[in-house]
Every structure is written in C-alpha cells, then in structure tokens.
Design a protein around this ligand. Structure first.
Ligand code: UGA
Length: 433
C-alpha cells in the first residue's frame, strides 16, 4: 500500500519505517527541511535502538522516502497517518491540537481519490469527529475519505519490537471499508498472532488515553506503597511479586522508582482529565495520580537531605543517568530535571553521567558538570544516585571503582541487592526496601 506519515517525530518515524519494512511504500513528510535533509542522509534525530539500521535498509530499497512536499505526498498515498505532536497547551492541561487540525486542513485541500485519514497521534476523544468536519468543509471531499483512529502503544527504547510484536492493534472507525483496508495493512502482524480489535472511532481514542492513565496509576500506586514499606521494614519487591502473580493485576509496571516521566504519561494523564472535565465528568483517581507523581521528586529529595543529615552545601553528588528511563535520550519530564536544580540550589556540587552523552542538559544550572565515564563521575563523591536503569549501571563493582572510597549510594531503581552492597561496606539506600 502507499502510505504517508505526516510528522517525522518519534511516532511517525518508527511507524513509517516499520510499515516500509512490512513491504509498503512509505513517504515520511515533515515541514522541518533540516530534518528531512538529515533523514535522507541516513542520520536519525532520535536515539532508538535499531532504528538507524532499519531506516537505512528501507531507504536503500526505496520503500521509504522523505519529503517536505505535503500536497504531493498526500495525493500519491492511499492511507495518510497524522503523527504530529499533541503537547500540553501552554499554561493549561488540555492537549494542544493545533498541529493536528492544521494538517487536517492541508489534507482537505489535496484529496484527489478515496483516502483513509488515520490519527496515530494521541488525540482526545471526539478529535476524529472534528477532523471529519474540517475535511467536509470542502464539498468535493464528500464520500472520498474515512477518518480512522489507530493509536500507537510503542514504548521509547523498545519501539521497533513493540511495533512488530504488539499486545494489540486497535483500529477505531465508523465504516466497514476502512476497517477492511486497515486489517489488510496489519495482516503481516495479525498472521503472526497480533490481536486486532475494531471499535468505534471514539472508543479507540479513549482506549489510548485510558491505557496510559491506567499504567501511570499502577506506577503511582506502587510508589506510594513503597513509601509505606520503607516505614514498616518491608521489601516493596515482595509486594510487587505477591500482587503481580494475581492474573487480574499482573506484574508489569509495578516497579517502584522516581515517578513516571517521559513525553506521554504526564501529558496524557492531564489531557484525559481535562477532556473529562469538559464533559462534566470528574476523573478523580487520575487527578490524584497526577498530584502524587508531581510530588514524587520532592519526596525523594527530602530523603536525599535526610541521608546527608541536612548538610547539602558543598556535598558532591553524582547522578548516574538523567533520562526519564533507559534506552532513550528523552529528557522530557524526567525527575532529574527537578532534582538536580533543587540540589544545586542548596549548594551541592553535581556530576552526572548518562550513556547517551547528554552533555548540555544542565549547562544553565550552577555547579553541574557532565563527566563522560562512570569511574570519573563518582570520584570524590559523597553520594551516588542511580537515577536511570541503564544496563551500564547494573553490574558496577563499587568496591573497586574508586579504591578505598566509600560513598553513599541511593539506588532509585532498586538495581542492587541491599545485603550485597552493604556487605561491601557502603551505606546503601533504595526505594521501598
Ligand atoms: C508509554 C507507554 O508505555 C506506551 O505504551 C505508549 O505508547 C507511550 O507511552 C505513548 O503514549 O506514546 P513510554 O513513555 O515510552 O511509553 O515509557 P514507559 O516505558 O511506559 O515508562 C514511562 C515511565 O514510567 C518512565 O518514567 C518509567 O521509568 C516509569 N516506570 C515504568 C516506572 O516507574 N515503573 C514501572 O514499573 C514502569
């Protein structure tokens, strides 16, 4: 099939290249000329394992193309995916849909034959209805399109695997023809066992938000239980295992940590409550999840102060990892963005190392330095905070790292065994253990 992905951000690029790899002809469009130029040279603007190789392969075999010519790309395609950003509105909590609606206007001007217009971006329930209205403003477009919702459930760092082996493929449309075509598009994945579900368009839109909000709730739930574990001498991991073995609960997303971050959960939890408010429905559970997660960094910071006996000034603190999770260079809503400036304000001297080499992230924060290897970054440190669960931090021999030096370790991802590390003579703190 001939596909057009509008927006070559995370969603558009990963989905586009994976569809090309399944044998479709895909054109990825972006108004950012520099980005298109870079992509055409095989240079990928985001860090995602396996993506560069897949882009190069499919670009070479000509199934994947990059362009900034939106009109031409739309005209030449059968299925158009809208993959532009839906960030939180400035100063508010609802999703800013201006990019989606601008794209819809552009599409409305270039419909030359029947097309399926798919929202892959995360959009609030009823956005598909609005897109349809925009497309119908041009009378000639009547009966020449179908608007479909096909949300993505890709995790950063695992996106290609998630695309090829999805837990489910959700397609929401209000007509049979578009469902048939979408089912054909996903046939190679369905034949390998992927579950394909067809719903109304509005239901598909809401499935996406409800899924993210539920996962965010699970994480926040276990983080609060971890706080109780710390006070009562219980290991939160026993709780996660004990709860998770109940098939109704499930063990995934029950890892306590520094709170959820990234480009999706914080934005989507806010947007779903804001949409519900518009319909005069109070999603009080999700609202309290947002509040709890927003206070998580402060909660952990207070623990850091306690660990340092409230003497933070001139203390050397090392952050191992600053991204919101491993295998990504994404810093959006990472808890390190709150913790590092707060500690710097209190007079701490901070080193950080991240495997993605994000050197400039804290260049405007006083007393923060990027050090490009683990050993050097912890030299002279009073406290080492393991902030992100990169593999690079999973088998550190702390004893041999800096001879004779016993820094305190605060493991915010529960990577190490408290007993083993304490045996090596280190003061060790973790989450809910
Ligand atoms: C999330 C969803 O998992 C994807 O299904 C969805 O497609 C995506 O948002 C999106 O809406 O585009 P992502 O933001 O890449 O994916 O990250 P996750 O792996 O879900 O992690 C989110 C946050 O939760 C991270 O900060 C992570 O450290 C934290 N987390 C996750 C925990 O603290 N504990 C856990 O057990 C799991």
């Amino acid at each position: 099939m001939k596909l057009c992905m509008i927006g070559t951000g995370y969603v558009g690029l990963v989905s586009g290249v994976c569809f090309a790899d399944l044998g479709n002809n895909v054109i990825c469009v972006d108004k950012d000329l520099k980005k298109i130029d870079l992509l055409s040279k095989g240079r990928i603007p985001i860090y995602e394992p396996g993506l560069t190789e897949l882009v190069k392969k499919n670009y070479k075999n000509k199934r994947l193309k990059f362009s900034s010519d939106l009109k031409k790309s739309i005209k030449n395609s059968d299925i158009i995916f809208i993959c532009v950003g839906t960030p939180t509105k400035k100063g508010g909590s609802s999703a800013d849909l201006s990019q989606v609606y601008n794209v819809a206007k552009e599409i409305s001007l270039s419909i030359n034959k029947f097309k399926i217009i798919v929202t892959k971006s995360t959009v609030p329930v009823t956005t598909g209805d609005e897109i349809e209205k925009i497309l119908l403003k041009k009378k000639n477009n009547k009966n020449k399109f179908s608007v479909v919702s096909n949300p993505e459930f890709l995790r950063e760092g695992e996106a290609i695997r998630d695309f090829i082996f999805p837990d489910r493929i959700v397609v929401g449309s209000n007509d049979k023809k578009s469902n048939r075509l979408m089912n054909n598009l996903y046939a190679p994945l369905i034949s390998k066992g992927a579950q394909y579900i067809h719903t109304s368009r509005r239901a598909a839109e809401l499935i996406k938000y409800s899924s993210n909000a539920f996962l965010a709730t699970k994480i926040t739930f276990i983080n609060e239980i971890a706080n109780l574990c710390e006070k009562t001498g219980i290991n939160v991991e026993d709780i996660s295992i004990g709860m998770g073995l109940d098939k109704r609960i499930g063990s995934r997303f029950l890892r306590a940590g520094p709170g959820y971050g990234g480009s999706c959960f914080p934005k989507d939890t806010k947007a779903i409550t804001s949409t519900a408010d518009k319909f005069k429905i109070n999603l009080s559970v999700i609202k309290s999840v947002i509040k709890s997660n927003e206070s998580r960094s402060n909660f952990l910071l207070n623990k850091v102060y306690k660990i340092l006996n409230n003497k933070v000034k001139n203390k050397r603190i090392t952050f191992l990892g600053v991204t919101f999770k491993a295998n990504t260079d994404d810093m959006r809503d990472s808890s390190s963005l709150k913790m590092i400036p707060a500690l710097s304000k209190k007079g701490a001297k901070i080193n950080y190392f991240d495997p993605t080499g994000l050197k400039k992230e804290f260049s405007k924060v006083k007393n923060v330095s990027y050090i490009d290897n683990i050993r050097e970054s912890v030299k002279g440190s009073d406290l080492v905070i393991i902030h992100t669960e990169w593999n690079d931090f999973k088998s550190i021999n702390f004893k041999n790292l800096v001879k004779g030096k016993k820094f305190i370790i605060y493991d915010m991802r529960n990577i190490y065994s408290p007993i083993k590390i304490k045996k090596q003579g280190f003061k060790y703190y973790s989450i809910g253990r």
